[in-house]
Design a protein around this ligand. Sequence first.
Ligand SMILES: Cc1cc2nc3c(=O)[nH]c(=O)nc-3n(C[C@H](O)[C@H](O)[C@H](O)COP(=O)(O)OP(=O)(O)OC[C@H]3O[C@@H](n4cnc5c(N)ncnc54)[C@H](O)[C@@H]3O)c2cc1C
Length: 356
Amino acid sequence: MTKKIDYIIVGLGLAGACLALQLIKRGKQILVFDTPSKNRASLIAAGLFNPITGKRIVKTWKADEMFSYLFKFYREAERILQLKFFYDYPLYTPFRTIEEQNEWMSKSADKSFANYITQVTTQSTFGDEVNDPIGGILLSQCGYINTGVFLNGVRNLLQQKESYLEELWQEEKMKISDVGVTYENISAEKVIYCTGIHALQSRHFEMLPLKMLKGEVMTIKTSKALNRIYNRGVYVVESGEMEYKVGATYDLANLKAGITVEGRVELEQKVGDLLSIPFEVAHQDWGIRPSTIDRRPIIGEHPKEKNVVTFNGLGTKGVSLAPYFSEQLADYLSGQGNLDKEANITRVKSLYSKFH
Ligand SMILES: Cc1cc2nc3c(=O)[nH]c(=O)nc-3n(C[C@H](O)[C@H](O)[C@H](O)COP(=O)(O)OP(=O)(O)OC[C@H]3O[C@@H](n4cnc5c(N)ncnc54)[C@H](O)[C@@H]3O)c2cc1C
């Protein structure tokens, strides 16, 4: 007998997990397929969110909308899943140069940064934990999520609802029609691919302009608990008791599975420059981010098959992008609202010229 549901989701990383929660909230019947590999990007991530990034000190794209929503989303998810995984934590970036110090001083007077800047200091402030001889900037609306706890929580919820299959989604078994898709004995209105870099192996989405961006992280142990997140060259984010994730590297060329000596040397050097306390390396890991050339997600229907949808391209910022865009996608699927032009798959002209 055929089981009728609203949506199938393929992949339970940050994209799939956030979308699953959004659809459940809207009363939709869903089924999620996932083959959770140890090195999937969402599990490897330190889970950091930070509204002000980059060497040029700019607010990240859509920071005002995305960050206020992110707090609401993860706090509500903690209530639903009855788990603790969201940590609202200050983030401190020591200045490298006097020019940087001056630039931040003027930024701190800018009203649009007011929500994010707690304090700008011009002399060492947290020297018992980091090297900050000329001070730094203390930011708010930052923090991290423990992605392992979050993803497990969503999986458990789906299992309770009999909405989860730990199985490889095999495209050749899918039949697509004008009214929906069928897969073995399941029929759904649409299937949403939240498959990260694996999209490049899909015959529907292999032509997405995704760039695989390998990253390595280390776990370090310290003899003193750090009181905030530190970020300069690398981030140092709590991951256990006196245990911190340090990351990350960015490698577009060497995409081979596994950790590297070069990755460890780079991270050790950078964290050694940043911290003023001793540490020991406990573990090293790697994953591959699904990034895009224009650094925007790719969301929407396949140009030919309107019932086959993608939610991908979260790049280096899955933790902050996934809540906001999963809400937008869930509304769009329910016939309410539009997809952001900059994130909409329709911007990928090469995809459209192939089919039209
Ligand atoms: C080293 C590193 C550090 C990072 N740090 C941060 C950070 O601090 N903050 C931040 O915001 N972002 C960070 N990121 C980026 C973040 O991890 C990604 O943006 C995000 O995880 C992408 O999520 P996703 O759901 O699209 O993909 P994924 O996490 O890759 O999930 C895709 C899922 O789909 C499954 N799947 C694929 N194909 C199939 C199939 N055919 N059948 C069944 N299942 C399938 C996969 O097994 C996987 O479970 C980091 C990434 C890396 C690699």
